[in-house]
Design a protein around this ligand. Structure first.
Ligand code: FPP
Length: 250
């Protein structure tokens, strides 16, 4: 953690620890295949990495961590693999229900939960209820499940237009702030840093609206091998960036 400045350090604030980090947890399958293991073993290891990195983010003072766990396109995978990922989510949700209050960890889901099993949906509802009782400043993990950036935008547009048709909203009132309030990420600042491990250089339908001014960090490490040192490197790289938001350097 040597080069990373904590939120609590004065220098850290000047250097700017990201308040919100988002991660595409990629490379689980390749990690398993390299070891002669089934792909599901990679997801199991990847879920442990999620736990470890979420704990680390909380400890260094990052407020939000958003992870891409299952995309709207991931249903194309075998029933075995989909079942294994859903099983892992259930295991971690059951654990979260017991520990999040004590550990001051809020948990939230992004995505269209309609096709998700009633059991998982009930657990997600339970973690939402517990989160609602925790202070807003507590660390929050957002898990993207049956999530797609395009789908999120379409769901927002559908909801807003239905309200317009019902006479509750006027199209001319729509601005970026109002539109953001229809997204799964409503109330959460956009991620300053988006990380993709595993050597792939694409966004794969992740946080398409929210990434407008995000900084990107790519690494060849496969997600199960991603560790605290790797996150430190990503944050250190972010801290060297010159963020101008379309303006010019003063
Ligand atoms: C991408 O790697 C990973 C996924 C589609 C699943 C991620 C799910 C988990 C880590 C488990 C559950 C999550 C939580 C938060 C408990 P890939 O399978 O596409 O890897 P590959 O590109 O090497 O095939």
């Amino acid at each position: 953690m040597a080069e990373v400045f904590k939120m609590s350090d004065k220098a850290g604030q000047a250097k700017g620890l990201p308040r919100h980090i988002a991660i595409i947890m990629d490379g689980n399958g390749r990690w398993a295949t390299k070891r002669g293991l089934p792909r599901t073993a990679g997801h199991k290891a990847g879920a442990e990495t999620f736990r470890r990195i979420a704990t680390y983010c909380k400890n260094i003072g990052v407020q939000y961590l958003t992870v891409y766990a299952f995309s709207t396109e991931n249903w194309k995978r075998s029933a075995d693999e989909v079942g294994a990922i859903m099983g892992l989510l259930k295991k971690y949700l059951l654990e979260a229900v017991d520990t999040m209050e004590k550990d001051h960890i809020r948990l939230h889901f992004f995505g269209d939960m309609t096709p998700i099993s009633p059991e998982l949906r009930a657990l997600a509802h339970e973690t939402d209820e517990i989160s609602a009782h925790l202070p807003e400043g507590d660390f929050q993990a957002n898990v993207c499940l049956n999530y797609g950036g395009r789908d999120e935008i379409l769901r927002a547009v559908r909801e807003f237009s239905a309200q317009c048709a019902a006479g509750e909203k006027r199209p001319e009132d729509l601005d970026e702030a109002l539109f953001s309030s229809y997204l799964d990420s409503r109330g959460i600042p956009d991620p300053e840093l988006i990380i993709r491990p595993s050597g792939e250089l694409r966004l794969s339908n992740f946080l398409l609206w929210q990434c407008a001014y995000s900084e990107f960090y790519f690494t060849d490490a496969l997600w199960p091998d991603f560790d605290e040192a790797e996150l430190d490197r990503a944050i250190a790289s972010y801290q060297k960036r010159d963020r101008r938001f379309g303006g010019v350097k003063k």
